[in-house]
Ligand binder design. Structure first.
Ligand code: MG
Length: 262
């Protein structure tokens, strides 16, 4: 039974996008009403997405296309978290080879980070994103860099990304392929790590007790909320994901009961 008193005390809602607010070009029923209700009650929301294939501008365009007004400041992506992580770890001056879309690479470049597409350059770190422009050349470059000992980061561990026609391989699947080829595992930045919710709470000036995370994927969204010490609610799509996710290994406290294999 949901604890509605605790739910009413929430001021900040951290909302996943793909599979939670919409699926491809279809906004889920009630999503726009839900967003309006949060603001009409004096609350605020932030869209937290692991999907590093797009920049915030692209998400603004997409939500507007779906009938939801949004600003770039409403979004916090795994690329935002990556940039924060690099600064926090003293890696802001490192030379990065980013395996990602042109849209993804624009953001760290605008943030002043140094990027190269040249595998023969003195690359310090390989960054793997959800690269919908992936080529075999990039995979080969990644293997060479990893075998050379470059640091290795991944924006997100998702195995698949939902689409209207089913699932497609996401960053986690490509990392799995690189592990088979190089025996290297990345440091993961996005959900299920707690950094994204922590950044969102810090920027909003809201405590963990006043925050709720809503997502469709147990091993990333919900685990991220658990790891950040905040309440979370799984959206209904998660219940149809039994065969696409590893089991959750950490403790969880959720408003909704779901399978641990989602
Ligand atoms: Mg999702």
């Amino acid at each position: 039974m949901p604890d509605f008193a605790r739910l009413r005390a929430k001021r900040l809602f951290l909302l996943d996008l793909d599979g939670t607010l919409y699926l491809d070009e279809r906004l889920f029923d009630g999503a726009a009403d839900f967003l309006r209700a949060i603001r009409s009650r004096g609350g605020t929301y932030r869209f937290l997405t692991n999907n590093s294939s797009r920049g915030a501008e692209s998400y603004v365009e997409k939500l507007r296309r779906l009938g939801v007004e949004a600003e770039t400041s409403d979004f916090l992506t795994s690329v935002d978290a990556l940039i924060a992580h690099l600064h926090a770890q003293g890696m802001a001056e490192k030379l990065l080879y980013v395996c990602g879309t042109q849209s993804m690479k624009r953001q760290p470049t605008q943030a002043g980070l140094r990027l190269t597409d040249d595998r023969d350059a003195a690359v310090d770190a390989l960054v793997m994103g959800f690269d919908t422009e992936l080529t075999f050349q990039k995979l080969e470059d990644a293997c060479i860099l990893l075998n050379r000992g470059a640091d290795y980061l991944a924006t997100n561990p998702d195995w698949v990304c939902p689409t209207a026609y089913g699932f497609v391989p996401d960053c986690g699947s490509v990392c799995e392929m690189l592990w088979r080829a190089t025996s290297r595992r990345p440091i993961v930045i996005g959900k299920p790590e707690p950094l994204m919710p922590q950044l969102a709470m810090l920027e909003a000036g809201v405590s963990a007790q006043e925050t709720l995370l809503v997502g469709d994927r147990i091993y990333t969204d919900i685990a991220s909320g658990a790891n950040a010490g905040i309440d979370r609610c799984s959206s209904s799509l998660a219940r149809r994901r039994k065969k696409t996710s590893p089991p959750l290994t950490r403790s969880r406290r959720s408003f909704c009961r779901t399978s641990p294999h989602c």
